[in-house]
Design a protein around this ligand. Structure first.
Ligand code: 13P
Length: 259
């Protein structure tokens, strides 16, 4: 059985001080909750302070991006050893905002994902179609290109990881038209995409690994719509933007997603 995983992507929000206030409150709200993996992904500048607050809690720390080289002349970038230094366990790669505004491609997403895996970080790899692609009936084609491109070359040659170990990858299906718009995919639309992605994973890693990979839904997730989404067989959690910026709403989503 797959343990649900709820991750908060704070995006470009919260100073270090504001981040501490938010996680202090969240920590109280979700203390002792079991049956769900909880992750927060603050901006890089708040990782250290948030990490201190989260020590010995049931909330794991994630980053919003990572560069593939460990060090070198790459001004403005952050590497996996730097993230691990702060106790980061998860890293989002290939978010649609990175693809849309910062020129990321499946190839660069793949490099980030491989670097994360090689250093023992759990990548949360984001895929999803935009509105024009959905309206042109291209959703499955886009998902196929993104999943195959982002996971290219795995598991062979990847830090000695076997197919079985690939189950630590988390995939987030985030239809771009649902992000920050208040327009959630209906549970059945999301389920259809998740089942398709799981089928692609089965072709890459085999059916057993595909069954154990968690696939999150992302895009306008709220305390009101999470239960219906989680009732779908292939939806294993959520990647939450706006509603993760308030402890009460994020905790409500976490509670509703528990087994
Ligand atoms: P919203 O929940 O604000 O729509 O953002 C979703 C998202 O992009 C999470 O990564």
């Amino acid at each position: 059985m797959r343990t649900p995983i709820i991750a908060g992507n704070w995006k470009l929000n919260k100073t270090s001080r504001e981040a501490i206030v938010l996680v202090e409150e969240l920590k109280r709200e979700v203390a002792d909750l079991e049956g769900v993996d909880i992750v927060v992904c603050p901006p890089f500048t708040a990782l250290e302070s948030v990490s201190e607050v989260l020590t010995e809690t049931n909330i794991a720390l994630g980053a919003q991006n990572v560069y593939w080289a460990d060090s070198g002349a790459f001004t403005g970038e952050i590497s996996t050893p730097m993230l691990k230094d702060f106790g980061v366990q998860y890293v989002i790669v290939g978010h649609s905002e990175r693809r849309q505004y910062f020129g990321e491609t499946n190839e660069t997403v793949n490099k980030r994902l491989r670097a994360a895996l090689a250093h023992g970080l759990t990548p949360i790899v984001c895929v999803g179609e935009n509105l024009a692609e959905r309206e042109a009936d291209q959703t499955f084609a886009v998902l196929q290109t993104q999943v195959q491109g982002s996971l290219a070359g795995l598991p062979a040659g990847q830090a000695g990881l076997t197919c079985d170990e690939m189950n630590k990858i988390v995939v987030a299906y985030e239809p771009v038209w649902a992000i920050g718009t208040g327009k959630t995919a209906t549970p059945s639309m999301a389920q259809e995409a998740h089942a398709f992605v799981r089928g692609l994973l089965a072709k890459i890693f085999g059916p057993d690994t595909a069954q154990s990979v968690r696939i999150q839904y992302g895009g306008s997730v709220t305390p009101e719509n999470i239960a219906a989404l989680m009732s779908q067989p292939d939806i294993d959690g959520a990647l939450v933007g706006g509603a993760s910026l308030k402890a009460a709403s994020f905790a409500a989503i976490i509670n509703a997603a528990r087994k």
